[in-house]
Design a protein around this ligand. Structure first.
Ligand SMILES: CC(C)(COP(=O)(O)OP(=O)(O)OC[C@H]1O[C@@H](n2cnc3c(N)ncnc32)[C@H](O)[C@@H]1OP(=O)(O)O)[C@@H](O)C(=O)NCCC(=O)NCCS
Length: 170
């Protein structure tokens, strides 16, 4: 796991490929740079080749949204994606943060439930998370999100508030 990319081209490549997946609404080079400046992204290399990343963003002093996560096609299905999630969750648990995730990807739901996250309806989300979701609803994002996610998969909200009830990663 690395905190910085080795080349600018790796950033361009990740943004392009992550954007092509149905589960990431929109990801730009500028988004990745912002995550790097906030020190809230882990990158993964396979020797010299960039494989993927796991990121997070602070909602307030207590809550953190985990994601996006992206593993390039060639590296999927080998346990590497699980490692991205484990590393990010372990890091944030070490800071005793309350964790939140929103996804349409069943594999992500499966992993997060194993790490002690519980599904929540939108209505039951704590207010800071509602405000956070509302604040990032800009039109461009909604447009790209709707175009990609016209499938019927439901949006799943998952919570792991601190203090953690179960599933803490040792
Ligand atoms: C999500 C992603 C990072 C997972 O990476 P990966 O390397 O394929 O993941 P792994 O091989 O470590 O598998 C992770 C787990 O998901 C499970 N899984 C995979 N596909 C699944 C599916 N369709 N439904 C349920 N579980 C699934 C695997 O069985 C594994 O669980 P296990 O360890 O309990 O067996 C990767 O698929 C990806 O980048 N997808 C596109 C972008 C994306 O969806 N990002 C998340 C947005 S919130």
């Amino acid at each position: 796991m690395e905190r910085r990319l080795r080349t600018d081209n790796d950033r361009v490549l990740l943004a392009r490929e992550a954007n092509a997946t149905p589960y990431i609404a929109m990801l730009t080079v500028a988004n990745l740079l912002r995550l790097e400046r906030a020190n809230s992204i882990f990158y993964y290399y396979d020797d010299a080749v960039i494989a993927g990343f796991g990121a997070w963003q602070a909602v307030n002093a207590q809550w953190v949204e985990i994601g996006p996560f992206f593993n390039r096609d060639a590296y999927r299905g080998q346990g590497l994606g699980r490692r991205f999630f484990r590393d990010v969750i372990r890091h944030l648990e070490g800071e005793e943060k309350s964790l939140y995730a929103v996804t349409k990807n069943d594999a992500v739901k499966h992993m997060l439930e194993g790490y002690g996250f519980e599904p929540s309806s939108v209505r039951e989300l704590p207010f800071p998370l509602i405000r956070h979701l509302a604040a990032r609803l800009d039109l461009r994002r909604v447009y790209y999100g709707l175009r990609k996610m016209s499938s019927d998969q439901p949006t799943i909200h998952l919570l792991k508030p601190f203090p953690y009830a179960k599933g803490r990663i040792e």
